[in-house]
Write a protein that binds this ligand. Sequence first.
Ligand code: UD1
Length: 418
Amino acid sequence: MEKFIVKGGNRLEGEVSISGAKNAVVGLIPATVLAGDTCIIENLPHIADVLHLSEILNNMGIKSEFIDKHTLKVESGMKPHSDPQYDLVNKIRASYYFIGALLAKYKRAEVALPGGCNFGGRPIDQHIKGFEALGAKVVIEHGVVKASADKLIGANIYMDVVSVGATINVMLAATMAEGTTVIENAAREPHVVDVANFLNSIGANIKGAGTDEIKIEGVSELGGSTYAAIPDQIEAGTYMVAAAMTEGDVTIKNVIPKHLESITSKLREMGVSVEEAGDSVRVYGERPYKAINVKTLPYPGFPTDMQPQMLTLLSTAEGNSIVRESVFDNRFQYLTELIRFGANVSAEGKVAVVNGTTDLTGAEVKCTDLRGGVSMILMGLNSKGETKVSDIRHVDRGYENIVSKLRGLGADITRIEE
Ligand code: UD1
């Protein structure tokens, strides 16, 4: 089993370049199913979820191959001969996008319920509500979502909750429906916009992505395109926190500063310096940091995917902070691990109380999920002595070359086989 060994105390300095956005590309790759011609997706992060999605396409009979580590060529015109394979679908949350894409193009999809991080119940009722509104019949049998339709017809769909997954999935399904679909109370995340931009690049007619009302005029045929994914907002935010955590000075390159605004503003509130310049941000700081309150919200609010990293930083600030998780029911599982370092943190329901301390010592910890897992590394960077992190497959799902990127900034981190 692979583990990370982190020796704390090094200040991070220098430059790091951010990879393509995981949550965008996990939508872009299934979306290629809709295309009528070859698609080339560039700026892909080289992470486990991307490799799995490419494998799912190949197993379905849609040829996909990496031209290089970051570029995938998909022969999108090919008709799939089988359904997405259960044991791969089961590993990734975003595999549910195959339902929307296959339903749109072939009027039929059978995809096992998705995997991904466990934050309590993660229902897909809004996805199903959207497919049904477009005229599909959807049943769940033996853990498999079975959706079919004679034809899909545009509809007005109001999302009861702001959901990234449901917005993208229904957008995929509506792309080739007859007539107009309007998604109201849509998610506004940058990755929703990225998937819409890709779909438009192959001939779809989608307007309003990035607002809470998305309008889709169905088209009967789509072509192919070459499309580059946006940079990863959460990877960037994680390195911003890493810089602050180690009282370092790091320039984070290849970012869209606008996407980082909520993170930047919270770091500044703590007393961390953030300077924006073109497509990079420079982050530096010195303790003591101020305790602050954070509440996660859909974009443009503070992202739930940055909650563990931010709370970890706050656990080293001066005073008490309150962190409210308002997106997921159960996203504080990693706190049990943070406590092993000596952090004073506790949670009740969706609220965590953090009492800052700088008296932290390295510990043996495990990753409970992707962002909770990366927070173990962040904590290790700032703790005295050695930290051993297990269950690192979670981190590998979302962070490209995390060891070499951190080492490039001066961190003492290695990956070992134990
Ligand atoms: C996506 C991201 C994930 C991020 C999350 C919130 C991907 C692959 N994953 O997950 O990293 O943490 O957005 O930004 O992009 N909900 C329902 N019914 C539904 C769908 C969602 O009740 O049909 C609820 C969820 O339980 C949750 C909230 O809506 O409480 C938001 O979830 P959603 O935005 O859908 O998250 P995901 O798409 O699963």
